[in-house]
Design a protein around this ligand. Structure first.
Ligand SMILES: Cc1cc2nc3c(=O)[nH]c(=O)nc-3n(C[C@H](O)[C@H](O)[C@H](O)COP(=O)(O)O)c2cc1C
Length: 400
């Protein structure tokens, strides 16, 4: 046995300056979306985390989509030159760096005070599409300012009171949005059992049962108290309580005629989100939409809803080629996005994934999520033997 020299040990020992911030340390080490979710859970009050993480009923719709993604088996092609993999594509004709966009989420500043300003600016910096919700906590005008130059879409709920919708469409048009994404799966709100059990109200109220939870998350509470109060920034001109407002925002009488009305009213691109059947897809493309998002709202509306990934091949076959088909729900890995593209999706949207990043670490958390997705997509493309997304085909996957 010989005693090693210090110079040999020094080469092996790559001691880094310790990072004393436990949140940053955890983020730096996160290797998957489930790691990011765990950090989010640690730093966010339970009711808020559950509002994001949960879905409706027995939460079967989301579970089924996740299970289907897990059952994907990739079928790689070897001996293909993949020294330069290119994961970019276009969403409605606009170039994007990855086939993954940030879908609309309401109440985003409740998850973390940085809210849409963080999520939209990270999307812009990474050249990804971003969709602002009607129930967002940043106004359409402010969002265009904080994420200027981004590929920003606006998600619309057509209100019972059409004057609200007219007003919103005027504002969104003058703020320069290219695309309206109309959500059609929300005639009424879904039944979210976790929120009922947690006594969640929007905005959250301090009750005896929430006080302890809040006390365990002082940073979140401090930030919530020292930043702009939560509000539905797009709807602040309309009067009434939050409950009254929400009951006006969802119109249970919406039909395909309203989609045709919107098609005539809105000069830009129009996408329908929350599509759950081949028949509806055909109806929508006949009404002139430019795109369809197969979605069950991440399982937050109708529980036991169809699994978007299962609908995908039939919908792609049923609509004209110039109607782009997207999908969302349960995406937790770049590999899920690749599987959807292989079956004919133009791309996918994520909801919880970027919110987990936001809750885990504000803007740096969202950046980390994109970093993970980028690495997962490019590495898996190389391992699959595809250089561009256009090279992906149904032959690359099968379900086990
Ligand atoms: C907290 C939260 C709020 C949401 N708010 C909206 C919304 O205001 N409008 C909408 O069309 N979809 C909304 N969604 C649905 C998402 O756009 C998307 O369909 C869903 O999150 C996709 O599933 P995933 O979270 O598993 O990626 C929301 C989702 C979450 C998690």
């Amino acid at each position: 046995m010989r005693i090693p020299r210090w110079s040999e040990i020094r080469e092996l020992a790559q001691f880094e300056t310790p990072n004393l911030n436990s949140r940053e340390r955890a983020l730096a080490r996160a290797a998957s979306l489930s790691d990011i979710r765990a950090i989010a859970k640690r730093f966010t009050p339970r009711a808020v985390f559950d509002y994001t993480d949960g879905s409706a009923g027995e939460e079967l719709a989301l579970l089924r989509q996740r299970q289907l993604f897990r059952s994907v088996e990739f079928r790689p092609t070897a001996l293909v030159d993949v020294s330069n993999v290119d994961p970019s594509t276009t969403f409605l004709g606009t170039p994007v760096d990855l086939p993954i966009g940030f879908g609309p989420t309401g109440f985003t500043r409740m998850m973390h005070h940085a809210g849409e300003e963080a999520t939209a600016s990270v999307a812009r910096d990474n050249n990804l599409a971003f969709v602002l919700s009607t129930l967002g906590t940043t106004s359409p005008e402010d969002l265009q300012r904080v994420a200027a130059g981004g590929n920003n879409w606006f998600q619309l709920y057509i209100s019972k009171d059409r004057s609200i919708t007219h007003d919103l469409l005027d504002r969104v048009e003058s703020a320069g949005y290219s695309t309206i994404e109309l959500t059609i799966d929300t005639p009424v709100g879904g039944i979210r059992r976790r929120d009922i059990r947690n006594g969640l109200t929007v905005p959250p109220k301090l009750t005896v049962s929430t006080a302890l939870d809040m006390a365990l998350h002082p940073t979140w509470v401090w930030n919530a108290l020292t930043h702009e109060p939560l509000e539905f920034a797009s709807l602040k001109n309309s009067e009434g309580t939050v409950g009254e407002l929400l009951s006006r925002v969802f119109d249970a009488s919406l039909t395909i005629d309203d989609v045709s009305w919107l098609r005539d009213r809105w000069p830009g691109k129009l996408v329908a989100k929350g599509v759950q059947s081949v028949t509806t897809s055909k109806e929508l493309s006949a009404a002139g939409v430019d795109g369809i998002v197969l979605s069950n709202h991440g399982g937050r509306q109708l529980d036991r809803a169809p699994v978007p990934m299962e609908l995908l091949p039939d919908v792609v076959a049923a609509v004209p080629e110039d109607c782009e088909v997207y999908l969302d729900g349960g995406i937790t890995d770049g590999a899920d996005a690749l599987a959807a593209v292989a079956l004919g999706a133009r791309g996918v949207f994520v909801g919880r994934a970027h919110l987990y990043g936001l809750m885990a670490g504000g803007r740096s958390g969202v950046r980390k999520v994109v970093e993970l997705f980028r690495e997962q997509v490019t590495t898996q493309m190389a391992l699959l033997g595809v250089r561009t997304l256009a090279d992906l085909s149904p032959e690359h996957i099968r379900f086990r």
